[in-house]
Ligand binder design. Structure first.
Ligand code: DGL
Length: 263
């Protein structure tokens, strides 16, 4: 393994680009390869065995492409497969799970909302983290079923998306929550719409920045931080719509390469 090799990231689709953006902000010189497995989205509605099969497929492709570290940029894939991946592949993995710990720690009202997929909410890792850090607060868990397919079809601010968000979030408000945890990497793209529903008193948090910091720490630990003076390369592969991927990356200033790939 050497420091010039790329960081690999995968997600069930375009949502993990929200993680890529945080990682790139902190580590702008790193080469990266991103896999958007849009063809198989949403993972959150699939059985655990299928989520594992898809995560293995994505991991092996990133290893074949020469990655030095893999970020599982998907809460559903992390909470269901990270232990298996760490045990079976000789490469560092960074995972992402809902930011319950800081929400529980900082909450003043003692009530925290979690919007995530069914796959994440029903996972053992989520249960473990919740019982460890959120034992003495109220957590209101909500499955965001249907949101990922809407985001994957580019309907970020559609009537349908806003109605679904209203259905999921307004019942939470009666609990006087002060934190809303976004436990799916697709959801940060809905923050403006979510804010309109939950109002200013509810802080919205996700794990993107923490993942970027952890990535830096692990690269440092393994002496794998890039010291290259060459322009870094950012490759994005999708097995779904190229236009939708390009659209979500519209705010990226650097030159990126987006490609269709059958995987
Ligand atoms: N971005 C994935 C996550 O963080 C979405 C899961 C899905 O495809 O349902 O959970």
């Amino acid at each position: 393994m050497n420091s010039k090799q790329p960081i690999g990231l995968f997600d069930s689709g375009i949502g993990g680009t929200s993680i890529w953006k945080e990682v790139h902000k902190l580590l702008p010189n790193e080469n990266t390869i991103y896999l958007s497995d849009s063809k198989n989205a949403p993972y959150g509605e699939k059985p655990k065995e299928e989520i594992l099969r898809l995560s293995i497929k994505n991991t092996e492709l990133l290893i074949d492409k020469g990655c030095k570290l893999i970020i599982v940029a998907c809460n559903t894939a992390t909470t269901n497969t990270i232990d298996y991946l760490r045990k079976n592949y000789d490469i560092p993995f960074i995972g992402i799970e809902p930011a319950i710990k800081p929400a529980a720690l900082f909450s003043k009202t003692g009530a925290v909302g979690v919007l995530a997929t069914k796959g994440t909410l029903s996972s053992k890792l989520f249960e473990k983290t919740s019982s460890k850090f959120a034992n003495n607060i109220i957590t209101i868990e909500q499955d965001g079923e249907g949101l990922v397919p809407l985001i994957e079809t580019g309907k970020l601010n559609s009537k349908e998306t806003n109605e679904l968000l209203l259905t999921y979030l307004s019942p939470m408000l009666k609990y006087n929550l002060d934190y809303l945890v976004l436990g799916c990497t697709h959801y940060p793209y809905l923050i403006p719409q979510i804010k309109k529903i939950v109002g200013e008193n509810v802080k919205i948090i996700d794990s993107g920045e923490a993942v970027a910091k952890q990535t830096k720490a692990i690269l440092e630990k393994h002496h794998l931080l890039s010291d290259s003076s060459l322009e870094p390369k950012f490759d994005f592969y999708t097995n779904g719509s190229l236009a939708i991927l390009q659209n979500i990356l519209e705010d990226v200033k650097e030159e990126i390469l987006t490609k269709k790939l059958d995987f």
